[in-house]
Design a binder for this molecule. Structure first.
Ligand code: RP5
Length: 162
């Protein structure tokens, strides 16, 4: 693996449609990333190996998305000093509450920064990752400032309903 700044891992290729906004947002900020599909339950050893190698591969933030019994972010967080952002994928059975609770309810000592269920969470994970990296990257931080300004201006421009 080369030195992409963000490592995105999802539990299944079926998660890809929910995750498109995450990749798009990182593209918009000009941030490089790698996408892998690995499962905490179907390929646990490969998940831990990937997590253990992330620092030496130059990764700065890990984003993990999974649905149902969504232990992927937690397993990745077990084996790296890097910040891990968890996206609970929306599910057809329980609406993503299953994913949310299994992602967010980590034991003390192994945090996962959990964002909203589904597509909003996928976008927000990318923004949050850039905010973290922006602490040591003023150009990237400025892009976040510009993004928030443009977002606010759009809301204000749309605020008057004739
Ligand atoms: C999770 O199980 C995946 O993240 C996905 O959201 C869900 C269903 O996976 P598939 O059965 O579609 O592969 O591990």
């Amino acid at each position: 693996m080369d030195t992409k700044r963000v490592l995105i891992v999802m539990g299944s290729r079926s998660d890809l449609p929910s995750m498109e906004g995450c990749m798009k947002q990182l593209d918009d900020f000009g941030v490089s990333y790698t996408v892998r599909v690995l499962s905490a339950h179907r390929t646990p050893n490969a998940v831990i190996e990937l997590s253990e190698q992330a620092v030496e591969n130059g990764v700065q933030v890990i984003i993990a998305a999974a649905g149902g019994a969504a232990h992927l972010a937690g397993v990745l967080a077990s084996s790296t000093p890097l910040p891990v952002i968890g996206i609970p994928i929306q599910t057809s059975t329980l609406g993503g509450m299953d994913s949310l609770l299994s992602t967010v309810q980590m034991p003390q000592g192994v945090p996962v920064a959990t964002v909203a269920i589904g597509k909003a969470g996928a976008r927000n994970a990318a923004i949050l990752a850039c905010q973290m990296m922006g602490l040591a990257d003023k150009d990237l931080q400025q892009k976040i400032v510009d993004f928030k300004k443009a977002q606010a201006e759009k809301v204000l421009a749309d605020s008057v309903v004739e």
